[in-house]
Design a protein around this ligand. Structure first.
Ligand SMILES: Cc1cc2nc3c(=O)[nH]c(=O)nc-3n(C[C@H](O)[C@H](O)[C@H](O)COP(=O)(O)O)c2cc1C
Length: 337
């Protein structure tokens, strides 16, 4: 059975890709991921603020979790910060390229247009195989229109596109009035791939301390439903590569994303929770599903359940919604063993 897939016009041995996270911040981890069979890695994001203030977003994540990741830090010999500035990032990117055979995709989160362009160019020169644009912005200003938000996003993609030849991926937000239209226009602006979706961290309130807690919750498989729907809707309708991100924890989750039309699926929470050995387990489960469903290759499996086969996907969505509500059994929870 063949796991081979094409992503950003590169041949990958497997559709399982390491998502940007603190785990892609160490060469040792990257090597272990490659040994475990990962198809490609996306490095953690370089944030423009890290250049300006030298702060470590990742350590902020870690500290704000009250040490919740301490076990993992020990388990995986997690590195301390120190690769935060642009020079360090580019040096790390070069080292990762040298150390690995699988493609290495850099990730960038800028603020000003000039920083997006400058850093993207630097990443290209450092040898990145691709660039993921982590466009993360929470529009809290009531005067900011959806139209302006979209324009800002397209401006970034257009500027980076016209200044680099790197395969370009946009890790997009699901929060648009019409995500499908935004995806379509991103491809028009030159995105070679889309990651569906960027995950927007939702702060909590600590009642004891009366403080805002930006603590990160890791995903469950349920979170995969969001990307699953939109990949199924967009697959075959856009001339771009699709990467699923969010809630891919098992080989079954990955199989569903591929059936919906994903070219690759990114893994994050499951690796943070269970360690890098999980890559082998997810691959084994995916192969078992392929065998059970009678698919000899990922290529044969891809898009089998995408909505490209439907004349009117909107009607299908509506019918599924109505069916879901009508067939829900209120007593099903009580019957569970
Ligand atoms: C601790 C942590 C750090 C992350 N850092 C980044 C990052 O630097 N850049 C980025 O684009 N996404 C980052 N992410 C988001 C993940 O790449 C991924 O999109 C998200 O966790 C959803 O996937 P999952 O459900 O498999 O966890 C981070 C996630 C976590 C939990």
């Amino acid at each position: 059975m063949s796991l081979q897939t094409e992503y950003l016009s590169m041949d990958l041995r497997s559709p399982l890709v390491a998502a940007p996270s603190p785990l892609t911040k160490s060469l040792d981890h990257l090597r272990k991921m490659e040994d475990a069979g990962i198809g490609a890695v996306v490095l953690y994001s370089l944030f423009q603020e890290q250049i300006e203030y030298g702060s470590s977003e990742v350590d902020h994540f870690l500290d704000s979790n009250g040490g919740a990741y301490e076990n993992l830090r020990e388990k995986e010999d997690w590195p301390e910060s120190g690769k935060d500035g642009p020079e360090e990032y580019l040096e790390y990117l070069r080292a990762a390229k040298e150390a690995l055979e699988v493609p290495v995709i850099a990730s960038l989160n800028g603020r000003s247009l000039s920083s997006w362009v400058l850093l993207a160019r630097n990443m290209e020169q450092a040898g990145a195989d691709g660039l993921e644009l982590n466009v993360y912005s929470v529009p809290g200003d009531p005067a900011l229109t959806g139209e302006k938000m979209e324009r800002n996003l397209f401006d970034i993609v257009r500027a980076v596109r016209s200044n680099t030849k790197l395969p370009l991926v946009v890790k997009m937000s699901p929060y648009f009035s019409s995500p499908a239209n935004v995806a379509f226009r991103l491809v028009e602006e030159g995105a070679d791939g889309l990651v569906l979706f960027n995950r927007f961290y939702q702060p909590d309130i600590d009642l004891e301390d009366l403080s805002v807690e930006p603590n990160i919750l890791l995903s469950t498989s349920h979170s995969s439903r969001l990307a699953l729907r939109w990949i199924a809707l967009l697959s075959g309708r856009l001339d771009t590569f699709l990467a699923a991100s969010g809630g891919v924890l098992t080989g079954g989750d990955a199989a569903k994303m591929i059936l919906a039309g994903a070219d690759v699926t990114q893994l994050c929470s499951t690796l943070l929770r269970n360690g890098l050995g999980e890559i082998r387990k997810v691959e084994k489960e995916l192969l078992e599903w392929m065998e059970k469903l009678g698919f000899a290759s990922v290529e044969a499996m891809r898009s089998s359940l995408s909505q490209i086969h439907l004349d009117e996907p909107e009607l299908f969505e509506r019918a599924q919604y109505m069916r879901g509500l009508k067939t829900y059994d209120p007593l099903q929870e009580y019957r569970k063993p």
